[in-house]
Design a protein around this ligand. Structure first.
Ligand SMILES: [Fe+2]
Length: 411
């Protein structure tokens, strides 16, 4: 068997399991919920059902291999969705969208055709399709998080166990040194990960743990508003707070990371007299070692596995911030990867030498607007391949729906 065939088979296998993952997320939904819009700023869920295949088809079939389409209407509808009138909220109705069977038939046809073509497309293009799908798996998860519980089929095997003894967070010294940001030429990455470059970072101190719900609760009790993921049941004795999990509300797990917006994280940092780390400080905390070298993951060189952190769809909800000591960095900082993206103080922008991907020029560039902040690390529903050191995520400072946590630094 040639090397190209082996690579082709490995990619096909990854594509199959990514398809199975997104299919399994759609299967959690009751049929009527598919046409709902759980987050006002996003499309109805039905859009994403067609979007994953339309994206793959447009990118691989049409643009890369120049194959004729049999369903240009679906290719276009599910590439962009139905745009809202300028300056207004989306006004489309469920009846504006095709039926499920029709979309599923389109999807089946796209998959069968792409499976025949996959060997002809450059590996990089298939990787783009793969990671695009896996990113949408995460987006779908947080969209589903906002679908009412009675419209979801529970897929939880056992509830997560949380400790109730309040943890003590401590600050860890990080020596001055170099953070290597970005991805090496020749390795796969999105355009915003290039070019690789070193940054000198002065010494600083970083919190061992992500900020917990318990710590944030002190801030709320002093008048800050509660995060999107919390709910308050005032009819309970003692006026209790709950965490709105994927499939059920649970009494607020005090040692789990708090999921907040960038604005909330920044306000908490100010209140506590500390700051959010910059992107390069995050890198230093996560990847530096005492001998001056850097490692691919906080724990070293080995590939991500469930003992190292809460990622890759093992759980839908966060675990306690001290649950993965095997994933600690060389300096002993915990859960830098997994259990919630980490907000940084760095605005999303191009690295020196940035060049937009010719086949998807707006992917990053459209967001270099000083209105988005870099997040690093990964959440419970971030696929393992996107836990690479150079991967960057970004959101607006007031978007409350993502699984985004934070930790603090001081000089
Ligand atoms: Fe997309």
């Amino acid at each position: 068997m040639s090397t190209a065939t082996v690579i082709g088979q490995a990619l096909q296998q990854r594509l199959n399991s990514a398809r199975e993952l997104t299919d399994s997320i759609f299967r959690l939904l009751s049929p009527e919920a598919l046409y709902s819009r759980p987050i006002p700023e996003r499309h109805r869920l039905v859009f994403y059902l067609g979007h994953l295949e339309a994206f793959d088809w447009n990118l691989i079939g049409r643009k890369t291999l120049g194959v004729d389409s049999w369903s240009p209407e679906f290719d276009t509808l599910f590439e962009f969705g139905i745009d809202p009138p300028v300056g207004q909220a989306a006004a489309d109705q469920p009846s504006d969208w095709p039926g499920v069977e029709e979309i599923q038939a389109y999807n089946r046809r796209v998959r069968a055709r792409l499976d025949e073509l996959v060997d002809q497309a450059p590996e990089q293009i298939i990787q783009v399709a793969l990671e695009h799908r896996l990113m949408h798996a995460e987006t779908l998860a947080y969209l589903l998080h906002n679908v009412p519980y009675h419209h979801k089929k529970t897929s939880v095997t056992a509830p997560l166990v949380h400790s109730s003894n309040r943890l003590v967070n401590s600050m860890i010294e990080i020596a001055p040194g170099v953070a290597t940001l970005g991805q090496k030429r020749g390795e796969f990455g999105w355009d915003n990960e290039f070019a690789e470059h070193p940054v000198n970072v002065p010494g600083f101190r970083v919190a061992k743990y992500k900020i917990t719900n318990g710590e944030y609760l002190d801030f709320v009790r002093e008048g800050a508003s509660a995060p999107h993921f919390w709910s308050r049941h005032s009819q309970h004795p003692g006026d209790r707070w709950f965490y709105r999990g994927m499939f059920a509300e649970v009494p607020l797990p005090l040692n789990a990371p708090v999921y907040v917006t960038h604005a909330e994280a920044t306000a908490y940092a100010r209140w506590s007299g500390k700051r959010l780390p910059t992107e390069e400080q995050f890198h230093r905390a996560a990847y530096e070692t005492s001998n001056g070298s850097e490692r691919p993951y906080p724990w070293g060189n080995s590939a991500p596995d469930a003992a190292r952190g809460n990622f890759d769809f093992h759980h839908w909800d966060p675990v306690d911030v001290n649950a993965n000591p095997e994933g600690d960095s060389a300096s002993g900082v915990s859960q830098l990867v997994g259990n919630g993206w980490e907000w940084t103080a760095t605005q999303f922008g191009p690295f020196p030498g940035f060049q937009p991907m010719p086949f998807y020029p707006g992917y990053s560039q459209n967001f270099f607007d000083e209105e988005h902040y870099v997040m690093k690390g990964g959440s419970p529903v971030t696929a393992a391949c996107m836990l690479r050191r150079s991967f960057r995520n970004w959101f607006r400072p007031n978007y409350p729906y993502v699984y985004a946590s934070f930790r603090l630094v001081e000089d």
